[in-house]
Ligand binder design. Structure first.
Ligand code: SAH
Length: 344
């Protein structure tokens, strides 16, 4: 059990077991989730004796920064963190006018197998705990000394494939007694697992849901994303609508464009029809070619044309700025290149 993954009421119960009053649990929760300390010795309002007991009973795990790369273009910073079992994950800090946004990983590797994605090449190694997801944000906030205002679960891994830890992570992250990042400022991105999307809708945790659609129909989607063989597009779209109806949160659609595959005029029109009646915002992403695959990025004019067609159909759409393109910031590529070198 990881003490940083516990809800406050669970921590209170845990402290009861070692004859500590509830206010001790509150103090510890604050040290962990507000002051973001990395050792029990920093918890200066606890007795030395209690700190030693805690050390023995609940070893405190902290992510260790192993590498940091900063983009010269836009200040995006990519972090590689080492987990306690020596595995490595990556997180990205993006600076926008409206605040600092951190993109976190939810698993070590991924088993979804999207054909354009670097994170899935070695398969899934394991799920991340809630503590490990939180700590990506905590360490970045401590290291930069600047408040993190937005969190996107869009790094390596499929968050809805690690559902219980994800929900625990969101509840602690948005707890007013913790780091207190509002659910309005949290986005969870999924490749589209309908039953889990519905379950999330029912949690009363109104985070923004982003759906990685990438295709206007089943046929193309199956070529890009194996998950589409498991769930029909109509099932995914129904669950997507359900999410909006339950939470009232505007939906986000992610659509990465690969030349000749999903970026033609007819695809834009088909997409517009598919999204008719949805309260959504479409993010067009020029696909990031990875060396293991042969996809080619659509050129800028094509993407612009695609955007114009969607706009004609009155669909909200933006072309996502490519952040940190000079530092392998996209989608598991830094971790991949690090692991490749480590394995040599
Ligand atoms: N598993 C989740 C979140 C992680 S991926 C999901 O599928 O949404 C975050 C986003 O980056 C997804 O939309 C994913 O499809 C996209 N992506 C992955 N590799 C990419 C690449 N090489 N180029 C462009 N987008 C990519």
């Amino acid at each position: 059990m990881n003490i940083k993954s516990l809800y406050l009421d669970e921590l209170i119960n845990e402290m009861k077991l070692i004859n500590q009053p509830a206010f001790r649990a509150k103090q510890i929760f604050e040290w962990l989730h507000v002051k973001l300390v990395s050792s029990y010795d920093d918890m200066t309002n606890l007795s030395k004796e209690l700190r030693n007991t805690l050390k023995d009973l609940y070893p405190l795990t902290v992510l260790e920064e192993t590498r940091r790369l900063m983009s010269k273009k836009d200040g995006t910073i990519k972090f590689l963190f080492r987990l306690n079992d020596d595995r490595v994950i990556e997180s990205v800090l993006m600076k926008y006018h409206h605040g600092n946004s951190v993109c976190i990983s939810s698993q070590v590797g991924c088993r979804m197998g999207c054909t354009f994605c670097a994170s899935t090449i070695g398969g899934k190694e394991r799920d991340l705990t809630a503590a490990e997801m939180l700590d990506q944000i905590y360490r970045i906030q401590v290291m930069t000394g600047e408040r993190v205002s937005n969190v996107v679960v869009m790094g390596t891994g499929e968050p809805l494939d690690n559902y219980d830890n994800l929900v625990r992570f969101i509840r602690i992250l948005s707890d007013s007694k913790g780091i207190n990042i509002s659910t309005r400022n949290i986005t969870v991105s999924t490749c589209g697992i309908p039953d889990k999307m519905r379950q999330l809708a029912d949690e009363e945790l109104p985070v923004t849901l982003a759906l990685s659609l990438h295709a206007p129909n089943n046929e193309i989607r199956k070529r890009l994303m194996p998950i589409a063989k498991q769930y029909e597009l109509s099932e995914v779209m129904d669950a997507f609508r359900y999410y909006y109806e339950k939470t009232g949160r505007r939906l986000t659609v992610e659509y990465s464009l690969a030349e000749g595959i999903n970026d033609k005029e007819e695809h834009a029109k088909e997409l517009a029809v598919l999204l008719r009646g949805y309260n959504c915002h479409v993010n067009l992403i020029p696909i990031n070619p990875i060396k293991e695959r042969s996809y080619v990025k659509s050129d800028y004019h094509n993407i612009q044309k695609f955007k114009n067609i969607l706009e004609k159909y009155r669909i909200n759409v933006t072309i996502r700025r490519e952040m940190g393109s000079d530092i392998n910031a996209a989608c598991g590529q830094l971790r991949k290149s690090y692991m490749d070198r480590r394995d040599e």
